[in-house]
Design a protein. Structure first.
Length: 229
């Protein structure tokens, strides 16, 4: 791992709490529609709408809010009172105003690694919302570069690595999603570290091969320090 020059970090559920806010919002939204449909059916309908909208809307809270409104229309067959639309919008707006809870040991790990490596933030989601969270987190000072990506596939990482003027062998990605943070980077020949979070969005779930010598699994972000410093 001596070749590693750049360490890129996923943000949501790697540096700070995110997915539980989505689950909370989803529960609140399904609660609004209980008289029309059981909660689990609304959840399934919402997920289907989100997946259909993903190529057009991308990731993040605004896209999620639009998908909730579309689901509201479908579930109520277009008969939902505008009050319900307003309450749905309020659920989305509340999400945008959540406090940022930085995970344990994150700041200390970044501070130490920033002495020896170039650190990058590589995240999906809304640009404005990610900037807000980074600002609130107080972690911005540790990063040389912030990249808000429309997606995290091989092609997106290839562009990022080229932009950072390094080779895949000099690049390590750290994140909670095997599908977005680990597999595409290993495929490119880079290093990847999976730091699991207790809640994972079903869209981010994936199985993976443990045998890759450039792959690490860490229970906590602080474990990185044992490998890299
Ligand atoms: Mg994440």
């Amino acid at each position: 791992m001596d070749s590693i020059k750049v360490i890129a970090f996923d943000a949501d559920d790697t540096l700070w709490v995110n997915e539980p806010f989505f689950r909370e919002a989803e529960d609140a939204f399904c609660g609004l529609l209980e008289e029309y449909l059981p909660v689990h059916s609304t959840t399934r309908e919402l997920f289907a709408v989100e997946m259909r909208n993903l190529p057009l809307y991308g990731y993040g809270i605004k896209a999620f809010t639009l998908s909730m409104i579309e689901t509201l229309g479908r579930v109520t067959d277009g008969r939902a009172h505008f009050k319900l639309v307003e309450r749905t919008l309020a659920i989305g707006r509340d999400m945008l105003e959540k406090p940022v809870e930085v995970l344990d040991g994150v700041e200390d790990t970044l501070r130490q690694l920033a002495r020896s490596h170039r650190l990058v933030l590589a995240t999906k989601g809304d640009l404005l919302d990610q900037e807000r969270k980074l600002e609130k987190s107080g972690l911005a000072r540790y990063f040389h570069h912030i990249e808000v990506m429309s997606d995290k596939r091989e092609v997106n990482y290839r562009k990022l690595i080229a932009h950072l003027d390094c080779s895949p062998e000099q690049f390590m990605m750290v994140g909670n999603s095997v599908k977005s943070d680990v597999i595409p980077v290993l495929e490119l020949g880079g290093y990847a570290v999976h730091v699991p979070f207790h809640t994972t969005w079903i869209h981010e779930e994936a199985t993976y091969e443990l045998a890759n010598p450039k792959f690490l699994r860490a229970e906590k972000l602080t474990e990185l320090l044992n490998h890299l410093s």
